[in-house]
Design a protein around this ligand. Structure first.
Ligand SMILES: [Zn+2]
Length: 495
């Protein structure tokens, strides 16, 4: 079997199109083992005698990923060492020789799926859910820069009857050739095996929805809300989005959340896809937290993926905070939230945790990779600070100009297709808001984002029917709907 496979692999590689340096991966189950994937990498080396490959050991906040990389072999002598954030594999070869590396990827933790390990390879119970960064060892010099685009072939050899989906287009194909940045490969997603797969029609396109059974939650209702989310977001952006889209939603088990009757959800937006995880705990909160998660991650299709930022953590006030603001607005628009629930969520999820956060006043520049991934307080800061800045700006624009912040978002989207394909700086985002509305947000940005001052909503004019009670004893202001929920408030908020 092994021998046959090798022949087939070489056959594929030699009859492929002529690339300057060819990189191909074949992924398959590792023999009878149900908790491993075997990866074969073939790479046409350049005119050198040594090639270095990288596999991350610290990535997306995960550490020691090297434990997932096992049984590494090559068709020539290799040297493996861990240096800094990387497993570094060096092979010596003749100039132009084809290197073939083979390794297996396996989970290094085997508990019932906890939220803390969902970024790591999940290969268990007859299914797999893995991200490209933890699957693909990459030749160091194949991509000359972050922006460089190169061709890669990815082929999955799975039993014919096994369901399979990937973030790479076309999403049902087990063999694809893509041209993209290194990050396209790193933030790809692959899943298959014992999963419930649904093709949800939305307009002319399809959303693939992959789940596992939940005990305390109706997956069908999440599917309907996902369709609503896609329709609402396309309408908001006036943009069709990708030709097809993949969403995974898996149940996780966290003993502490069950004990405390809490729900823990997490998700990651990727190209043309996102993954989502929710604790499978009893209680009414789970459905609304899953709605939140689906709308949030889907919003990143535009804010984050199409509208790119230049400096990760430093611009999360925009890519996470504005995502939070507009996904909440769209849940209101689709009536998954009532105005009263909108205001309640504003208090409990944004205002109160921000005002009580020990880092509520730190300057924006203090946010970096290390703090974001290791401190829950820092991690949540840009979501909440950015939300309130968006609320402030939107309110100012609606009260003093004929425009709304949504108009500015569509103007930013238009630029993302023309002059700002590589992303936006803060100054560029602010300039577009000023050009679109005539209102200059720069002074407020310096105060509320850069310096980290809290916004004094008490002194501002608010939407009709919304008021804010000054901070009580614990110094946290409270938003309230004054009087019966009014159509005017709803219309103001969704404009
Ligand atoms: Zn996000």
């Amino acid at each position: 079997m092994k021998y046959l496979f090798l022949l087939a692999s070489l056959g594929v590689a030699t009859t492929g199109p002529a690339w300057s340096q060819r990189l191909a991966y074949t992924v398959e189950p590792a023999g009878q083992a149900t908790d491993k994937l075997r990866v074969t990498l073939t790479y046409q080396t350049a005119d050198t005698t040594q090639t270095t490959f990288h596999y991350p050991t610290n990535f997306w906040g995960e550490t020691n990923l090297e434990n997932c990389l096992t049984e590494l072999q090559a068709n020539m002598p290799l040297q493996r060492e861990t240096t800094g954030d990387w497993v570094v594999v060096t092979v010596r070869h003749r100039p132009g020789q084809r290197v073939r590396l083979r390794y297996t990827i396996r989970p290094d933790q085997h508990d019932t799926l906890r939220n803390e390990r969902t970024f790591r390879p999940i290969i268990e119970q007859g299914y797999f859910h893995v991200y490209g960064f933890a699957l693909f060892m990459k030749p160091l010099r194949y991509w000359a820069s972050e922006q460089d685009q190169q061709k890669v072939r990815v082929q999955w050899r799975l039993p014919k009857s096994m369901p399979f989906l990937s973030s790479l287009q076309p999403q049902t194909a087990s063999r694809v050739q893509v041209t993209g940045r290194r990050s396209l490969l790193e933030s790809s997603m692959f899943l298959g095996g014992k999963l419930q797969l649904q093709a949800l029609p939305v307009g002319q396109t399809q959303v693939w929805f992959a789940t596992r059974p939940f005990r305390h939650f109706q997956v069908d209702s999440a599917a309907r809300h996902l369709q609503l989310a896609v329709q609402a977001q396309r309408a908001f952006w006036q943009d069709p989005g990708p030709p097809s889209f993949l969403v995974s939603l898996l149940p996780t088990y966290d003993p502490w959340t069950e004990r405390k009757h809490r729900q823990s959800v997490s998700g990651t937006a990727l190209a043309d896809s996102f993954s989502a995880f929710a604790t499978d705990n009893k209680g009414p909160a789970i459905a609304s937290r899953v709605d939140y998660l689906l709308f949030h991650e889907l919003m990143h299709t535009w804010i984050g993926h199409q509208i790119r930022i230049r400096k990760e953590e430093r611009q999360y006030w925009f890519s996470e905070g504005f995502t939070e603001y507009f996904q909440t607005q769209l849940r209101l628009r689709t009536h998954l939230l009532t105005p009263a629930q909108y205001v309640a969520e504003l208090n409990t999820e944004v205002v109160r945790p921000l005002y009580l956060s020990p880092v509520r006043n730190v300057p924006n520049d203090s946010l970096n990779y290390q703090r974001f991934w290791t401190s829950r307080d820092y991690e949540k800061l840009p979501y909440r600070r950015g939300f309130l800045f968006a609320l402030y700006l939107d309110n100012q624009l609606k009260n003093t100009t004929p425009h709304s912040l949504a108009d500015c978002m569509r103007a930013i989207l238009a630029r993302s297709y023309t002059t700002n394909r590589e992303g936006f700086t803060d100054a560029e985002l602010l300039a577009i808001i000023r050009e679109t509305t005539g209102f200059d947000p720069t002074p407020a940005y310096h105060r509320y984002i850069q310096q980290g001052q809290l916004i004094d909503f008490v002194t501002l004019s608010l939407p009709p029917g919304l008021r804010v009670q000054p901070a009580a004893t614990d110094s946290v202001p409270v938003f309230e709907v004054s009087g019966p929920p009014s159509e005017a408030l709803y219309q103001f908020l969704i404009r």
